[in-house]
Design a protein around this ligand. Structure first.
Ligand SMILES: [Zn+2]
Length: 194
């Protein structure tokens, strides 16, 4: 019986951690300003190595560390990106399987009328480890997900990649590091101004 109690406590802790992460993503979604079409890098961290069933990619092992996913939203970033940051009802994109397990660290946005996501991905391919075939079913890139050990280096490289293709990099970061509860309670917009 003791084992069963321990086990349920463990599950409870796991689901509490997962809902805390979902709140962080939810808050991140609320910070996306009104933007036109373009591309974006979603940056997040995994605390531990995880093996996750990733749709058609099958079972993939993701090392602990920092990740940047490059995507695009040609119908408008503010119209589509927040939708991708909220808990997926039914996983569809590769990111839907992985993102809920990660902790958001930043989003780098590049407004552009041109398809620039693959150009950004090519820049990140130089210096970071690509997760093969992740997010690149519709293009010829090796992948659109990149892994590195240092989150700061990956963020810097994402900004450089956006600037290298001639776009302005808009960086969206969590309102107060480690204080999401407060951000959610006060309303994300208020804490973003503070
Ligand atoms: Zn591509």
């Amino acid at each position: 019986m003791l084992f069963a109690a321990d086990r349920s406590l463990e599950l409870l802790e796991l689901s509490a951690e997962s809902s805390a992460l979902q709140r962080e993503w939810q808050s991140m979604a609320g910070l996306v300003p009104t933007l036109g079409p373009g591309a974006y890098c979603v940056l997040f961290e995994l605390d531990v190595e995880l093996t996750i069933e990733t749709g058609r990619l099958g079972s993939v092992s993701y090392a602990a560390g920092a990740y940047a996913y490059v995507g695009s939203a040609m119908k408008g970033i503010s119209a589509r990106l927040p939708h991708h940051l909220r808990p997926p009802k039914r996983p569809h994109w590769h990111m839907d399987y992985l993102r809920p397990k990660g902790r958001p660290t930043a989003i780098v946005v590049a407004e552009s009328d041109l398809q620039v996501e693959c150009a950004i991905a090519r820049h990140l391919d130089n210096g970071f480890t690509v997760v093969r075939d992740f997010g690149s079913s519709d293009c010829r890139c090796a992948g659109h997900l990149f892994h590195g050990k240092d989150p700061g280096a990956l963020l810097g490289a994402s900004v450089e990649a956006v600037e290298a293709i001639g776009c302005r990099a808009l960086v969206i970061t969590p309102p107060v590091a480690g204080d999401w509860e407060k951000a959610v309670r006060d309303g994300v917009a208020d804490s973003a101004q503070a």
